[in-house]
Design a protein around this ligand. Structure first.
Ligand code: FES
Length: 69
């Protein structure tokens, strides 16, 4: 559950393939390595947001606490 500083109104690409060297963001590694496509999302506010780092959240890219069990 990394807390990432986001900028309101900016669109981000959240990695779902697990191959990015810039986690939790997509660096286009999925193009050659496969395994998924990024989730595009736009930050609704400035500041820290908990993004999913375990892959279990049902509300990706956001953490929903699923890593706790
Ligand atoms: S690098 Fe993982 S989705 Fe693009």
């Amino acid at each position: 559950m990394p807390v990432i500083e986001l900028v309101k109104g900016k669109t981000y690409k959240y990695c779902t393939c697990g191959h990015s060297a810039s986690m939790p963001f997509c660096d286009s590694a999925h193009v050659t390595k496969g395994g998924g496509k990024p989730i595009l999302f736009t930050a609704e506010k400035d500041g820290g947001v908990a993004l999913c780092g375990c892959g279990k959240s049902s509300n990706k890219p956001y953490c929903d606490g699923s890593h706790n069990g």
